[in-house]
Design a protein around this ligand. Sequence first.
Ligand SMILES: [Zn+2]
Length: 470
Amino acid sequence: MVQIRLTNSKTRRKEDFHPIDAGDVRMYLCGPTVYDRAHLGNARPVIVFDILNRLLRHVYGADAVTYIRNFTDVDDKINATAQARRQAGAQGSLEELIRQRTDETIGWYHQDMDALGALRPAIRGQVGDKAEPRATEYIPQMVAMIQDLVARGHAYAAQGHVLFDVRSYAEYGALSGRSVDDMIAGARVEVAPFKRDPMDFVLWKPSPDDLPGWDSPWGRGRPGWHIECSAMSQELLGASFDIHGGGIDLQFPHHENEIAQSCCANPHDDFARFWLHNEMLQVEGRKMSKSLGNFFTVRDLLDRGVPGEVIRFVFLQTHYRKPMDWTERKATDAETILRRWRGLVAGIEPAPSPAPAVLAALADDLNTAGAIAALHELAGQGDGPALLASARLMGLLSDELGGWIAAGPDLAPLARRMEALRLDARASKDFAAVDALKSALLDAGVEVRMSAAGIELVPGPDFDESKLPQ
Ligand SMILES: [Zn+2]
């Protein structure tokens, strides 16, 4: 069996991964708050942990892996979008409008992440709602966990709130490597009169009558964000499980707080043994932000005609622990590579297993860049079956993601005509016919790429099939 090694944020070391139960390897990933389309940065953890999920399924068996990813469906931003819709004249109660919004957003999320080739979360291979829990369906478990924390002296109720007492947990700060005093000095903490310590965080808070709320021993209210993940992971994976993932931006305070809650509620369990964090995404060398005008969603890219497979490939070229830069240039290059590879494997059956070099790279802390280098080697050797089997381990070259090739116009006859003209021109030293065809193609929005390997015609953003030369 291949030995997987992963960098554990908890120990800050690369360690051999041994599951608690090889018959049910259990992983939790913090999912989205469902109020709007996923932006490109949101896709990074999904793709990173999809690779890990696929690797675990390959090594242990698809029905021996449980992968849970939640939806946070109670949040001020969700309430705000529903309130805005009602003010704009939408029919229905606020509750109904909230449900419409969260259902709609979950639908978009599925569409967009499916388009990137990410497998849906699954419980021992079974896809379903339970593998993608909605926070609002686990309120009783959250209330029970909060009650338990109060009973154990780790939380206290004050003015309708329940707060976690960070000074009651000596390990608080261990994951992010800072002490409570450093946090107070370095962070903009919310000071509230009912907090014993400025770093104490909310487990439960009151909810006004016109917003979603649930009855609890502390009055009508709603859970804090952090308790959602602690309660849902415990319910679905147990108090000790194998891997917890998320973006590095969640390490503090979200993951620190999850650890505090879960480890104080279950002092004899481990909570998550491995913590994995992916680095952030930039666009053309700059932080993606609305103010810089370089903010876009996964759907924006797909609608612009960038295939999901191309987006996935670009993401996989960067190791998950390094900041990743999305550039148009990378997308264009990825498209060229994938077109070539898809040509190479057309009509070919995959080898029975992926190439050892690809598997070894992925098992070495998800070295996707190294795995892609190995794929290039297989392509260079013309080994279509091995290329196909290995690429599919990474969710590439699947039939599901191949639609963009088939849907594109068949430019192969024109490429062959141009190739023939080019050969003639080399002999006659008269390039007029080649140049004429090339400029006609450019007018139709087709990019002409000439290399020693041949001519490749790629429809660009301005492609107009009706202008193609006959
Ligand atoms: Zn979480």
